[in-house]
Write a new protein. Structure first.
Length: 307
């Protein structure tokens, strides 16, 4: 596939969108990858990291191995993700703390439209497809109702496992890797490790994500190659079930005190905006949800025109 500089710039921007989504505990970067049209290429490129790649490197040199890896694509994408996480993390953290309804509303509209987009890719609806969709939705919904672990574990082995599990969720549309880290009690320790430059913990998480990513991407690639319709149905179900997590209006049932001594929500449930205890911001929230929804439709239209 011959690409120009502007093509890789666009891929980098898609990576930035994935990074911004992954920072939010509830939104999956995999969803962004799918609706931006790079999901299967991403899985295929990651799956190219195997023994054959190292054989090519040894026999034919770096350039041949880089092309076999689809290195320019991966480099552009991950640079975008990295820039986004570094530059947008504080802004998104601020919005989560100060304007959560508006932030969640935008992502709710975006994810809602992505359900329609992904479901349209299914070419053959049958009983099994519908059953897989329902099971996927139920599983994702159940995950969103789980309570985070009270005790935060920061051992290197646990950080390794947390990284491996979270990265699997991160490349699945509808399942948020950041939210999985919250459930495991690893989200705060990882943020602390980054802030304090705890390189041992960062390395353990990084090694876990690499192993998890290489393993799970091969599984997903095989599923797309052999059971694409059923895989798409399952992913559609995952995204439907995840809508509960990103519903803008929440009621806090229980609180906990974090390591800084600040009270933060521990267990929440979705409520109607009309029964929300506080300023519901319905008008502005609706506008942002429509913007998020329209953004996906626009992306789909541009992709069709490009084809």
């Amino acid at each position: 596939m011959s690409r120009k500089f502007k093509d890789f710039l666009v891929i980098g921007l898609k990576g930035m969108a994935m990074g911004a989504a992954d920072v939010v505990p509830g939104v999956s970067g995999g969803t962004i990858a799918f609706i931006s049209g790079i999901y299967e290429e991403l899985l295929g490129s990651i799956s190219n990291i195997n023994l054959d790649l190292f054989k090519t490197l040894k026999k034919r040199g770096f350039k041949a191995a880089w092309n076999q890896l689809n290195g320019n694509f991966l480099a552009s994408l991950f640079i975008g993700i990295f820039i986004s996480i570094i530059s947008l993390a504080k802004a998104i953290k601020y919005l989560l703390e100060n304007e959560p309804i508006l932030l969640w509303s935008f992502f709710f509209g975006l994810v809602l439209a992505s359900i329609i987009y992904i479901a349209k890719q299914i070419t053959n609806w049958n009983f099994i497809s519908i059953l897989v969709l329902i099971l996927g939705a139920f599983l994702a919904y159940y995950i969103t109702t789980l309570n985070p672990l009270v005790n935060e574990n920061s051992s290197l082995l646990f950080m390794f496992l947390a990284g491996a599990i979270a990265i699997c969720a991160m490349i699945l549309p509808g399942i948020s890797g950041a939210f999985i880290l919250v459930l495991l009690g690893a989200y705060k320790p990882i943020l602390t490790a980054v802030d304090e430059r705890d390189f041992k913990t960062i390395a353990a998480v990084g090694l876990g994500t690499i192993i998890g990513l290489l393993s799970f991407s091969k599984v997903l690639k095989w599923l797309f190659a052999n059971y694409k319709n059923y895989t798409l149905a399952a992913l559609t179900g995952f995204i439907i079930g995840s809508l509960n997590k990103i519903w803008p209006w929440k009621e806090t049932l229980t609180w906990r005190t974090n390591s800084l001594g600040v009270k933060v929500p521990f267990n929440q449930q979705s409520v109607s905006p009309f029964s929300f205890d506080g300023e519901s911001q319905i008008m502005l929230a609706t506008i942002l949800a429509i913007i998020g929804f329209a953004l996906i439709l626009l992306m789909e239209k541009l992709a069709v025109q490009k084809k």
